[in-house]
Design a protein around this ligand. Sequence first.
Ligand code: GLC
Ligand code: CA
Length: 552
Amino acid sequence: MQTQWWHDAVIYQIYPRSFADSNGDGIGDLAGITARLDDLVELGIDALWVSPFFRSPQRDAGYDVADYCDVDPIFGTLADADALIEGAHDRGIRVIVDLVPNHSSSDHPWFQEALIAAPGSAARARYIFRDGRGEDGALPPNNWQSIFGGPMWTRVIEADGQPGQWYLHIFDSSQPDFDWTNPEVRSLFLDVLRFWLDRGVDGFRVDVAHGLIKEPGLPDVIEPDTISLGAGTATLEPEISAPSSVPYWGQDEVHEIYREWRELLDGYPGNRILVAEAWVDPLSRLADWVRPDEMHQAFNFAYLETPWAARPLAEIIDSSLATFTSVGAPSTWVLSNHDVVRHATRLALSFDNPQGHGIGPATPNLPDQSAALRRARAATALMLALPGSAYLYQGEELGLPEAIHLPDHARQDPTWFRTNGERYGRDGCRVPLPWSMGSRTYGFSPGDNSWLPQPDHWGTFARDEQRNDTDSTLTLYRRLLSLRKELQLGTGRLQWLDYPRDDVLVFRNGRAVVVVNTGREPIRLPESEVLVASSAFEDWMLRGDSTVWLRA
Ligand code: GLC
Ligand code: CA
């Protein structure tokens, strides 16, 4: 099989609100990204995935789209999007945009039309409107619970001024789900794909790709509180990765949709790709999303959810490589994104969390930050040595921790509101990036504010400070990425080597031997050429929570 760019690409996720603000309004924007492209070249990534910047009332930070073919004024204009795509391409960086097909914003003209249309009308049939249960239809049509908390249904007021039908929303009430059995919905999205492909994007990250089709009849979820959550540590949205028995996740008919999209993409030159955000267990089912005539990649959330321990890591690495290879797809690897606790905090959470997964006011004993960062650096050095394609989330190259203690009044995530403050939600991984010391917003904005407040210690993570510091996390990432490319580890082959300790992993990938110490006790290394190490070591002793690449 000929190697394609996406088989081994390192793809950097930009969360535009929080990357860089160009005009001083405190919200990151497209021109801010374009102005910082050289920093990303210096980092050494191959492609960008940019979270949604389309027209949206921003009730879920842009994952609530009111117009899929226009840029929201807070992020700029279509001309700014063109400039970003062109600027990236000029530097050899590909651009993937975020497509949100499961739901629109309630501000989308189709939903506004549906609200004033009658029950049973064609306008309502583009979404999922149903009559309620109980007397006068006063109870929701079924027992489904929104991922952000509360019921998955909201009741509308009909033209006669009376409460009427209910509409379905897996997420916030401002995010009504489309009815994907409706051909009009399918054709809308084919047009959206063409629109962005014609503008030159290299692919799409497909939001909630496992949710588009619901089981016919919308049956109740059976015993919702006994749903297994998989082997997670601390993702924020446990319900999102429920098994197939849940009637709104992973229905077989979703695959037809992606086969149609794949055909469309294959008609374009330049190897455009689709990547699935599909939280499905087990990996063998996830492989269905990346069969040869479907998507190209799927996020490996099973890897993200694996605790920092050698045996579970070896198992997930083996099963990922075997499972994706069985359908001819590359494995992907990811440790952080805009929905989960940053891995510089998450991998060190070791308590029984009363929040279930994630962080909230009831979370005790947060990890010691410098120890947690050492572990995160070791985890990244492991991930970037693996064959396949890797995803990085903006700010992890600076070693940013989760910003846990934001003032309550500053919080924005709908999860916080829909759970009445029980779960913090995802604001803590979305705090704007520090670029330099010394300014009010650490170089994020020419103005004085950022849309989420930056913690006082944020300046210590500033990119400018780290650039010339040989021990910084930024320097580590740059070294890992350049070696990964030079040694072609992304297209390499992993071969385990024996080591007589249960908390240590050793493997060979081409010309590199990688040693990962997930335990506490140091280990003695063979004296050989060190390519890169995640933490300093002396006398050939590798500390706990450290990874080293040696020349094979
Ligand atoms: C995905 C996004 C998340 C968003 C949700 C609803 O999971 O990654 O940020 O809230 O979909 O669109
Ligand atoms: Ca701005």
